[in-house]
Design a binder for this molecule. Structure first.
Ligand code: ACO
Length: 440
């Protein structure tokens, strides 16, 4: 038990169940809401808690990322996201997330070298790619190849060996950008471009995506900075669906590559990382500002499945600070690539303005999230929408590996095993006709 938990043991929450009262310790967070420790609830009171979607459940103790959704604050290891986006770079942020503090100059230089030495993939992985259909979504390739790394890097699978754990985190972060770029090249029918280790992480990713055998891609500093900022902003977001998936998969002792592949799968969904592709496709479908009211009506209609993609968040009930930063970068990137008066950006800005004045969005506290503007930037940089979630996944390898490491090193870590409220059949006898109620 952490010191914090020990010190907070004086506060208790009382819960009366079937006339008997039980006390459960309350632990104060360093910042944010306190938590009630109900880990003894079942053994003492014989009941479980029921919390679909974990809206009121803290699944672990963590020191990595802090979010205040009401004030629109996001911090990695205590540092504000705005400051990191301005002053840091992605690999420094990876180091910060995994090791807990900003590295000094020498440590950073060494870490960057270690990461860049891991950007190459085993030659046989190239054969592995040939098995995918050309029209496969690049996220399908990310999921498959990420999991397959466990068959190639068997010297970093022992989760009980700290050195192997660190080696695995470096491999995952470094190789994710090469895998992402290869998935892109494969989907457009071009040959793979090898990484260049004298480039930064973000420059290298752009190089692997946009150079080809006939032409070298000159990486522009404006686009490299935008790419790096996008990676920083997506690097971690505490216990979201994909990170919780990585932790849950890892809690059984599964190897790190398999756990990260599970995280990539969870991220793919349109309610999570897939929303950046969905947001741009939605803007293209809306087409013009004159259609905004029609689509807002659809978003508010409970009978219609349409949602305003890139809007709303489980935690932020205020403007997502990442969306604010991206909105500012958006115009810079468009100017740089010579897109003047982009109709999609104009539409996005108008849609945001109108939605934020709408009673439905005000009452439900729905604001633009990180996915609302990122697609416009990535499209201007030359990426097709299918690559947006891949880019998110590359960035999020930082957070996933940091959380996976924290979980493995947590002395009270146990296999994750939620319970259920059973609502199925009572015991049936095989061969005896089922009642009408039970017939499917
Ligand atoms: N458009 C219209 N209505 C919305 C939207 C939206 N984008 N988001 C939430 N609502 C409504 C819900 O219908 C619900 O209404 P109700 O109270 O009348 O039932 C209410 O607002 C609360 O929303 P929930 O879905 O309960 O909130 P939850 O925390 O479960 O979901 C989520 C958050 C999944 C992000 C949701 O806002 C959404 O689907 N947004 C669009 C997809 C998106 O942009 N996802 C990216 C999230 S950021 C990320 O993963 C990186």
């Amino acid at each position: 038990m952490s010191d914090r938990k020990q010190n907070n043991k004086k506060n208790f929450a009382s819960l009366t169940i079937f006339d008997k009262t039980y006390n459960f310790p309350i632990y104060n967070s360093i910042e944010g809401e306190p938590v009630i420790d109900i880990s003894k609830l079942h053994s003492e009171a014989g009941v479980f808690t029921y919390d679909p979607g974990f809206t009121s459940t803290a699944s672990c103790e963590s020191k990595i990322t802090f979010i205040d959704g009401n004030r629109g604050i996001l911090r990695y290891r205590g540092y504000d996201i705005e400051e990191l986006a301005q002053k840091s770079d992605f690999i420094e942020v990876v180091n910060l997330l995994i090791y807990g503090d900003l590295p000094n100059k020498n440590q950073l230089k060494k870490y960057k070298r270690l990461i860049s030495r891991h950007t190459l993939l085993h030659e046989q992985i190239i054969n592995f790619f040939q098995g995918f259909r050309r029209d496969a979504h690049p996220m399908a390739m990310m999921v498959g190849v990420m999991g397959a790394l466990s068959s190639f890097y068997q010297d970093s699978l022992d989760i009980n060996d700290a050195h192997q754990r660190q080696e695995a985190t470096r491999r995952i972060v470094a190789k994710s950008s090469t895998i992402g770029a290869m998935a892109y090249k494969y989907s457009i029918g071009q040959s793979f471009v090898s990484p260049k280790n004298d480039l930064t992480f973000s420059e290298n990713f752009l190089h692997m995506c946009f150079s080809n055998t006939a032409e070298d891609y000159k990486v522009s500093p404006v686009l490299a900075k935008a790419m790096d900022t996008i990676f920083i902003l997506h690097a971690d977001h505490e216990q979201n669906a994909s990170t919780s998936t990585v932790r849950l998969a890892g809690s059984s002792g599964a190897n790190p590559f398999a756990c990260i592949a599970a995280g990539v799968s969870s991220l793919w969904g349109p309610a999570h990382g897939g929303a950046n592709q969905a947001a741009l496709e939605m803007l293209e479908e809306i087409g013009s500002s004159k259609n905004i009211s029609k689509y807002l009506k659809k978003a508010k209609n409970k009978k219609d499945n349409f949602k305003l993609m890139g809007f709303g968040h489980r935690v932020y009930k205020n403007y997502d600070p990442r969306a604010k930063i991206l909105k500012n970068i958006c115009q810079k990137v468009l100017n740089h690539v010579g897109i003047k008066n982009d109709p999609i950006l104009k539409l996005a800005v108008n849609l945001e303005k109108i939605a934020l004045k709408d009673k439905y969005f005000i009452e439900k506290k729905l604001y633009p999230n990180v996915d609302f503007y990122s697609g416009i930037i990535l499209r201007a940089m030359g990426f097709p929408p299918e690559m947006f979630t891949v880019i998110f996944a590359i960035a999020r390898t930082a957070g996933w590996t940091a959380h996976w490491t924290e979980m493995i090193e947590d002395p009270i870590q146990k296999i994750g095993r939620p319970r259920q409220l059973y609502s199925g059949n009572k015991a049936l006898k095989y061969g005896i006709k089922r009642s009408k109620k039970n017939t499917r």
